[in-house]
Design a protein around this ligand. Structure first.
Ligand code: SF4
Length: 397
């Protein structure tokens, strides 16, 4: 396919595709999905080899957010039955981080619900960052605390943070449909503040919120312009109890096309599969490793992921290797200016809850089982996190 040959050539040269080319990737048919993965996989291997970076989420403060992001189980008025707790103590956060590091993670992502931190919150998180760095040698720390005020990014950097995550989530044109309590411009401003303070910027998107292909291409091109080191791609987990609970539109093939498009537009950037990996890619997860070079290990903020051991087995079985702390994530031309790798969780963007109600497809009945449809709601795959940070139960790592 001429389109794919062109995109591979551009990706290897770090040249931006046209919007039409990016849209054409999203418009390819399911028959072509392996060709798309193979092409984007060439670009991924050129810049990142077969390495997979593992990141580990620690939810420092869960639920009770005053903001109204429609996709988020922690939002104002959320009826999702998630864990709710206030700030973890530094030692507790460090203990949770240590579990992730022991499981193979090289980056810990410290996330807190809320519009943004107060200066006292920044002090609190600074203590946590210092404790984690003291107790977990070589670990990278990314903070994700919402919108930053002047000077806060610098203070986090001084405390030892390597990176800051704040996602754009969707296109500027549709941002107001998703959230009304802050703006797209607020989000851009925080990513720029993180960048300016010398933090590695991490900013990504959420797919599956009812957006058009044009919206997806818009947000990915905006991200390319902002030039983060890391781009998390979340696939919406439609939590019961949130406004987007019925928004089940993604198929595994659609997720692969989206990841491929992100790889072609951001060829030398850490592309990370974030929330929704297990729910939407399902048995196609290993194919997505040919596109993304980074994933979260274990659980998400408010939902449970597959067992950490299963993540490691999947990476090995697919012929990839976990990136070590002695390896630099980014290609040389990008790593020179920053801390070397990068990451991020996503304030609210990853993760899901999903307390009961509908159940997905499954068939039994009188005789032979039939194959489930790939676009049916899979609420059976959404589990509220009940272990790890904020509980007395061992974390999944
Ligand atoms: S995404 Fe962040 S700011 Fe928005 S509702 Fe969730 S926790 Fe609050």
């Amino acid at each position: 396919m001429d389109l794919l040959n062109t995109l591979v050539d551009k990706g290897l040269r770090r040249e931006t595709p046209t919007r039409e080319e990016a849209l054409a990737v999203l418009a390819t048919s399911d028959d072509d999905v392996l060709d798309v993965v193979a092409a984007a996989g060439k670009v991924r291997r050129h810049w990142f080899g077969r390495r997979v970076k593992l990141n580990y989420l620690v939810n420092l403060k869960s639920g009770l957010c005053p903001e109204d992001c429609s996709y988020c189980s922690q939002r104002l008025g959320s009826k999702a039955g998630i864990l709710k707790y206030t700030w973890l103590k530094p030692d507790d956060a460090s203990q949770a981080a240590a579990a992730g590091v022991a499981g193979g993670a090289k980056r810990v992502c410290l996330v807190a619900s809320g519009r943004g931190p107060t200066d006292r919150d920044v002090d609190r998180v600074s203590d946590t960052i210092k404790t984690i760095k003291e107790q977990n040698e070589g670990v990278e720390v990314c903070a994700c605390l919402g919108l930053l005020s002047d000077g806060q990014a610098e203070r986090l950097r001084a405390a030892g943070a390597d990176a800051y995550n704040h996602n754009l989530n969707t296109s500027e044109a549709t941002y107001g449909d998703i959230t009304t309590t802050h703006t797209y411009a607020d989000r851009v401003d925080t990513v720029q503040k993180a960048h300016a303070a010398g933090l590695s910027a991490c900013s990504g998107l959420i797919a599956g919120m009812g957006e058009s292909d044009e919206d997806l291409v818009d947000v990915v091109f905006s991200l390319r312009e902002l030039d983060p080191d890391s781009v998390p791609v979340n696939f919406l987990i439609p939590f019961e109890g949130t406004p987007l609970a019925k928004e089940w539109s993604l198929t595994p093939q659609r997720c692969l096309r989206i990841l491929a498009m992100v790889r072609f537009v951001c060829p030398d950037v850490e592309v990370r599969i974030a929330g929704g990996r297990e729910v939407h890619l399902r048995t196609m997860q290993p194919l997505a490793l040919h596109l993304a070079n980074s994933i979260f290990l274990g659980d998400y903020l408010t939902s449970e992921g597959q067992a950490g051991k299963a993540d490691l087995e999947m990476i090995a079985d697919a012929g990839f290797e976990v990136e070590g702390t002695d390896q630099v994530t980014l290609p040389e031309h990008r790593a020179a200016g920053g801390c070397g790798s990068h990451a991020g969780a996503a304030c609210g963007s990853d993760d899901g809850t999903g307390c009961g109600s509908h159940e997905g497809g499954g068939v039994c009945g009188s005789g032979a089982a039939s194959a489930p449809r790939t676009d049916e709601p899979r609420t059976d795959l959404v589990a509220v996190r009940r272990r790890g940070a904020g509980t007395d139960i061992a974390p999944n790592a």
